[in-house]
Design a protein around this ligand. Structure first.
Ligand code: NA7
Length: 540
């Protein structure tokens, strides 16, 4: 199957392809590689000027992965994983972007990627998808794969007066390629999520004055980042596949070097609980949440871990009033835990000030700065670290229309509904990579991406081998799946706070816990569905 037809030969559709992939981040790159191996004609559309997805856009100072670098890479090619060298325990954004570029070059992927092109619409016109871009181009394809990422639609809150601000305004998720010069400037940061927590220590060093506007205090644990130990790397590379296999058995598909404890907090003595928390704090990173088997299941266990972090905040921040403001009250881990280098200590600097906006938000933005509770904070530059319309935002801003013209917006009005997070009833031959209803953001994303891409590629091959042209989720299977995702979450503390996992950060967004907890049982289910001839799907 090769591309037939060109813009010159036909007016509509301009090109007939086997598969269109939207996005050239880690998901799109690997999907392209697998599609080629199947002999499919393929084109990738990418809004950015180059590959990398999340790591192309999130180039704010301090941007770094919170999954260890030896795990945050593809495993599909042994030579690739042997040859690539990470320099630190947690890789920086520039290093991860270099890796994405290396993969694109190594597998000669760019020639099938159309950059600077945003897909604006896709309509199912049986048996093909017609895909439209912002360049006025239209192509048709049998399969449409959305490799659009989970955190790719920046949340820019509407704050009164924003347009009047005299200085430059940045968003961490759309950071400019030319690094802004903050020397001598008064910089304001709105938000205290992961992006803010990574960037604030660096911005504080660069700016004359840094003002942080905090709506909700967040928990963060030290990364304990360091250069990678060559012996550690050699041990992993001596049998990389076994290391990958151990990680994929973890609930979040990473972290087998220090697995989550299976012992509930109540079965430990106070001294043992304390020792477990201290050991995990010293080890650094997200491993902290694995101190007790029930840390995200039991309120008392969670309270103890939360209080441990608050104690550390009081120990780091000299001004007790600031320490109190920085101390979160919510469940630890039910908003994504942050991982930092020097965050709390940054608030001891004389040029950093914390402004509490929890009570009534920001009054307005003026040409000179930000007003809160009637008080003006004068600024030369403003940084929005306000996150994303996560998991659904990017998909819903594309005009996707399935069978009978039904829009995805309509299908997801009461929250996203998928079967396995991979497919949507009424939208034949449309695949989502790490879509809502799959473990996605609760896992090592690259592991989840590879699992999805492999499943989709195998599915397309199966259809070809069995003379079938379409696959579509059955509504009943989808309903059961949506219920399952919710039921799994409801057994935990996760749905209890205002996180982006439930869409609470976006005004008006339907509140549904979107990712599925538990990678290993999910993989088993996907494999079983495929083994049973794509159970829960209609193949025609
Ligand atoms: P997050 O984690 O969603 O954080 C966004 C921050 O911005 C958070 O502190 C929000 O406060 C704050 N926010 C959002 N809207 C507003 C408004 N309108 N006014 C004031 N403050 C606001 O995004 P990140 O980019 O930091 O991290 C996203 C993920 O990327 C992260 O979880 C990692 O997986 C990597 P709130 O807590 O909603 O009160």
């Amino acid at each position: 199957m090769r591309e037939s037809g060109t813009v010159e030969e036909t007016s509509r559709p301009a090109a007939r392809l086997d598969i269109v992939i939207v996005g050239a981040g880690f998901a799109g790159l690997y999907m392209l590689h697998r599609a080629r191996a199947l002999g499919l004609s393929v084109r990738v559309f990418e809004a950015a000027g180059d590959v990398g997805g999340t790591w192309y856009w999130n180039r704010y100072p301090g941007a770094r992965c919170d999954v260890e670098s030896m795990e945050y890479s593809y495993q599909f090619d042994e030579a690739l994983q042997q040859e690539w060298r990470w320099s630190e325990r947690f890789a920086t954004q520039p290093e991860i972007l270099r890796y994405a570029n290396h993969v694109a070059d190594r597998f000669d992927l760019r020639k099938d990627i159309q950059f600077d092109t945003r897909v604006v619409g896709a309509t199912y016109d049986e048996p093909m998808w017609r895909v439209r871009t912002d360049k006025g181009e239209e192509v048709s394809a049998q399969f449409l794969v959305m490799a659009t990422g989970c955190l790719s639609c920046a949340n820019r809150p509407e704050i009164k007066g924003l347009d009047s601000f005299a200085g430059p305004v940045y968003h961490t998720g759309e950071w400019p390629h030319e690094e802004p010069d903050f020397a001598g400037k008064r910089v304001g940061v709105i938000g205290t999520g992961s992006s803010a927590i990574q960037s604030i220590p660096i911005l504080a060093e660069r700016a004359r004055m840094l003002t942080v506007f905090q709506r909700t205090a967040n928990y963060t644990v030290p990364a304990k980042n360091a250069p990678l130990d060559p012996d550690f790397v050699a041990r992993i590379k001596a049998d990389y596949p076994a290391f990958r296999a151990r990680n994929s058995l973890q609930i979040n598909a990473f972290g087998s070097n220090l697995p989550r404890s299976s012992i509930p907090a109540r079965e430990l003595s106070p001294a043992e609980r304390r020792a477990a928390l201290e050991a995990r704090w010293e080890y650094g990173g997200l491993f902290f949440l694995g101190a007790f088997g029930d840390l995200l299941l039991d309120q008392a266990a969670n309270d103890e871990a939360a209080e441990f972090v608050r104690e550390r905040i009081r120990g780091s921040v000299k001004d007790p009033g600031v320490a109190r403001l920085l101390s979160p009250g919510q469940i630890i881990g039910c908003k994504r835990l942050c991982v930092d280098t020097g965050y709390y200590a940054t608030f001891n600097r004389p040029n950093v000030r914390l402004v509490d906006i929890s009570a009534s938000g920001i009054d307005e933005i003026t040409p000179q700065g930000v007003r809160v509770n009637g008080a003006s904070h004068e600024l030369d530059a403003l940084v929005f670290a306000t996150g994303f319309d996560a998991m659904t935002g990017t998909l819903l801003r594309i005009d996707i229309r399935g069978r009978d013209g039904k829009t995805l917006q309509d299908a997801w009005r009461a929250g996203p509904r998928t079967y396995l997070g991979l497919s949507v009833a009424g939208f034949p031959n449309l695949f989502l990579i790490t879509g809502p209803g799959s473990p996605s953001v609760l896992t090592n994303m690259i592991v989840s991406i590879e699992q999805h891409v492999n499943w989709i590629a195998d599915c397309i091959a199966y259809l070809g081998q069995h003379g079938r042209a379409t696959i579509e989720a059955q509504p009943a299977a989808q309903e059961a799946w949506v219920e399952h995702v919710g039921a799994v979450a409801d057994r935990t503390l996760y749905p209890m706070c205002n996180s982006w996992y439930v869409g609470a950060n976006i005004p008006g967004k339907t509140r549904v816990f979107m990712p599925l907890l538990g990678f290993p049982p999910y993989v088993e289910k996907c494999d079983e569905v495929a083994a049973k001839g794509y159970e829960g799907f209609e193949c025609r």
